[in-house]
Design a protein around this ligand. Sequence first.
Ligand code: ADP
Ligand code: MG
Length: 378
Amino acid sequence: MGKLNVTILRYLTGEDFRVLTAIEMGMKNHELVPASLAAQIANLRYGGVQKLLKELCRHRLLSYERGKNYDGYRLTNTGYDYLALKVLARRGTVTSFGNQIGVGKESNIYIVANDEGESICLKLHRLGRTCFRNIKSKRDYHQHRKSASWLYLSRIAATREYAYMKALYDRGFPVPKPIDFNRHCVVMELVEGGPLCGVYKVGNVGLLYDELMNLIVKLGNHGVIHSDFNEFNIMITNSGKPILIDFPQMISTEHVEAAAYFERDVKCVRDFFKRRFGYESELYPTFHDISREDYIDVETKASGITKQIKDFLKEMDMVEVEDEETEDECSENANEEDRSTDENEINVQLQVENSVRSEFMCTSKETLVNAKVNEKKD
Ligand code: ADP
Ligand code: MG
């Protein structure tokens, strides 16, 4: 499953990619992109574009569908993969493909190699593909956004993942080295080892337990909570060292539900150690043990990556301004660019993210769509 036939990449011409990109852009506000619109966006002749579109459908990079009012094209998962891979290949970050090593509900993980032949890890995010089935009728006017939502959500997930991984790596946290990202793809160091869920014997159980608990607290001291800290997202290297992965759902310690998420992370580790190793300790951290010394959530904003997300949202016209209060705070925020250390900005940022979450409430990556926040909003 999920096989990527990368040889196609070599055969696709510049014009092919231009047409693919035109469909991607058209999908921002059209569920199906008619050939005429694609031609217009790509700035190519209609006749030529039709031929290219047909060919792209044959390679399953696009699909042609009949809509209620008109027929048109949409990007497939594979088509989106190729757009991202083309960029990563051009930069030399990903030049050849190996095996798929992981399949999550929301991602596919591959071993790939860079132009120096080193093995690295490629994560393709796949969010929100089926989530609109139970959407509320009051959101019907967002219908045209359905088609773009999976592109957009997967892209947000990858951007967040890269931003957090970089912030953590720069501070010496045990995480894979982030290498590059584009659209829904993140390229990172390949961890030589396996997830903790596959580990049945540990040299020193108490030591590993302490390391993991200290890691949770250290994250908290830097202003963040992993929120999915469990045996599937902790890799154990061949030399027994834990490496933390999987970051799109990370939240700030300023989040309204921060304490609950923190304590759930702690509980996951305790439960696992009890179940797997029969190990129980009276010592475990609570949210009050955090002493903030740093604000990673702020820094990821300052680095411009969050600005990129915001610009993207604006571009997609996806941020719903729900009431005047939010609108005021957003515009105020826009006027004062360098308030990035102000806690208000954290709140504004969370509001923006939360309004996005409620817009896409049925996505499964838990804290990208924070169920509790949504309940309150609705
Ligand atoms: P998901 O968001 O789908 O849970 P993860 O980031 O947790 O994706 O990755 C899924 C699996 O892929 C992991 O359990 C692990 O086995 C493998 N994996 C992920 N990142 C790496 C990496 N950098 N090196 C090696 N294996 C990885
Ligand atoms: Mg995971």
